[in-house]
Design a binder for this molecule. Structure first.
Ligand code: MG
Ligand code: ZN
Length: 374
């Protein structure tokens, strides 16, 4: 009898232990501490696919994602967005008109994700291969009725909530029509500024603001010998911001995929996508190790109607040889244009399961804000 009771007790204890284990939140539903949004400007599915046909055939980092979605990239006033309205959708969760830098049709500021998280003690960073004042990064720290106001956009950086930035755009800060030196204003607002080199990861202090501006305008294109700036700047941002207690939001842009596609340059497009994929690899390495970081990779729109066509020899398509091309309209206009194609979303880390399916560009913002309770 005593033995039976003991067996019964043991079974009951095991049952209680089992049930209490089940009540723990499953790991995949955990809320991350940090969010990294990576934007390949102009990066549609053919641009992503181009990475799978690089000569060395190393496994693309895109293959490391388990959750894939698609977004409709339209803006408020056009089926085909520009990069300003595209980034406004990501930064504010609201569709505005093409050319808008995080303002509505009434020209009033739309609150950005960086403005939101600043109030919650979350740090933020921006990395791009364009000027920091260019449309995509600008939408995360500035408000302007048009993307063309880059000198005005620059004046908004010193007092923005941004804690770390690395990009180009020196001339908007110290060679200005109004003679202002915005590097002085950045320093007065607590930034350490370097316009010459990125330091080694791990060498920067916590609770401090850093700005790195490495070129007068955009950084050189990859085809002109740009080094691994995007990867190094991304790693530097992650390794610096991760030390902050309240977590961080980081936007990383592969800015120049779009520029090569506008120029209908197939080889240049391959190189810029490869560079962006390398940065994705470094960010995923960080996120895997950290375990507390959600990584979202997407695009603001597709550029050029890019396609991976076969080479044609004597009128016969050669199916084992890719030429690549851009839509015919690009022959008759000065530059290839953006298109309305849905673009992919890749997500990794805690909360990534929220990002599968087909939805709107603005939903990236809303999904992040809801998941993070920002
Ligand atoms: Mg851009
Ligand atoms: Zn563009």
């Amino acid at each position: 009898m005593g033995i039976l009771l003991n067996r019964g007790m043991t079974a009951l204890l095991l049952l209680i232990f089992f049930l209490s284990g089940c009540q723990q939140v499953p790991a995949q539903n955990k809320r991350p501490k940090n969010v990294i949004l990576m934007i390949g400007d102009g990066m549609g599915l053919s641009q992503v696919s181009s990475r799978y046909y690089n000569s060395d055939l190393s496994e693309p980092n895109f293959s490391r994602f388990k959750t894939i979605g698609l977004i409709n990239t339209s803006s408020a006033n056009a089926k085909i967005t520009d990069s300003a309205a595209g980034a406004t959708a990501f930064a504010t969760g609201t569709r505005s008109y093409n050319g808008s830098i995080s303002v509505g049709f009434d020209q009033q500021p739309l609150e950005t994700i960086i403005e939101r998280v600043e109030r919650k003690g979350v740090k933020s960073g921006l990395v791009a291969t364009s000027s920091i004042t260019h449309a995509t990064p600008a939408c995360f720290f500035a408000h302007a009725p048009t993307r063309l106001m880059e000198y005005n956009i620059a004046t908004q950086l010193p007092t923005s909530g941004v804690d770390f930035f690395a990009a180009g755009g020196r001339l908007y800060f110290h060679k200005r029509p109004d003679q202002l030196n915005l590097f002085d204003q950045l320093k007065q607002n607590g930034f350490t500024i370097d316009t010459t080199a990125l330091p080694q990861p791990g060498s920067l202090k916590t609770g401090h603001k850093y700005g790195f501006i490495m070129a007068d305008v955009g950084l050189p294109p990859k085809k002109m010998g740009r080094d691994d700036f995007l990867t190094r700047a991304s790693v530097l941002a992650c390794s610096t911001l991760v030390k902050e207690e309240g977590g961080f939001f980081l936007m990383i842009e592969g800015s120049q995929i779009d520029w090569e596609c506008h120029a209908s340059n197939v080889a240049g497009t391959f190189l810029e996508v490869r560079d962006f994929d390398d940065a994705i690899g470094a960010v995923l390495d960080f996120a895997e190790k950290d375990g507390n970081t959600l990584v979202i990779v997407t695009a603001d729109h597709e550029t050029g109607g890019f396609s991976l066509n076969p080479q044609v020899s004597l009128g016969v398509p050669q199916y084992d040889s890719i030429a690549g091309g851009f839509y015919e309209g690009s022959q008759t206009t000065l530059l290839a244009s953006h298109t309305a194609a849905l673009v992919p979303v890749f997500a990794f880390g805690p909360g990534s399961e929220q990002f599968g399916g087909i939805y709107n560009n603005t939903d990236i913002f809303h999904k992040v804000v809801k998941l993070m309770e920002w």
